[in-house]
Ligand binder design. Structure first.
Ligand code: ZN
Length: 190
């Protein structure tokens, strides 16, 4: 951040009084600009034993596979975000059951909240951000062509829990290993 989004003056980086972290500070209007993690809401939507998967039509990870998920919008709840993303990316209507997994990604300042959902009908099609939308069983999953480790790790947990017939709420930390892009360490918290 170079300029204040309130008044347009140049900002400086400093630790405000009573704080303990560097922030972008505007001395002109006094605004302290806080940058905090973003929440990604998404849905593991199933029909019988298959899960709704989207092949991405946009960067990053164009051509790779994901469950419907995206940044929350202001004014919506997490589960509303999951339902909206499923509609936007897959033109699919879904009833959300429960929160399934929270994934912490501290190296990119994101938190994923993926819900379990039921497809209400089979009338789905690629939205603007998807090349292809399909229902895939566990054996059909393109495990080597997943867009994000968040998605593959969440789906592996999901299928393992489904085999046990129950879905406890899960939490994962995925951190970049040694600061190397593309190498991750996955910690299962619950
Ligand atoms: Zn300002």
């Amino acid at each position: 951040m170079k300029y204040c989004s309130v008044c347009g003056s140049e900002v400086r980086v400093g630790v405000p009084a009573g704080d303990n972290r560097p922030r972008h500070i505007c001395d002109q209007c006094g605004t302290i600009h806080y940058h905090n993690p973003k929440v990604v809401a998404g849905c593991i939507a199933h029909w019988e034993d298959k899960v709704l998967m989207c092949r991405r039509a946009i960067e990053p990870r164009l051509g790779l596979w994901t469950v419907p998920a995206g940044f929350m919008e202001n004014g919506e709840t997490t589960y509303e975000g999951a339902v909206r993303e499923t509609l936007e990316e897959a033109n699919a209507r879904v009833a959300v059951d429960d929160l399934y997994v929270t994934v912490n990604l501290p190296h990119i300042n994101q938190v994923y909240m993926l819900f379990r959902g039921r497809l209400l009908d089979l009338d789905f099609s690629p939205g603007e951000e998807s090349l292809e939308v399909v229902l895939l069983g566990e054996d059909e999953m393109p495990w080597n062509e997943m867009a994000f480790p968040t998605v593959s790790e969440a789906l592996r947990l999901y299928f393992a829990d489904r085999a046990q017939g129950q879905y406890p709420v899960r939490m994962l930390d995925i951190v970049r290993e040694g600061g190397v892009p593309g190498r991750y360490q996955v910690r299962r918290i619950s």
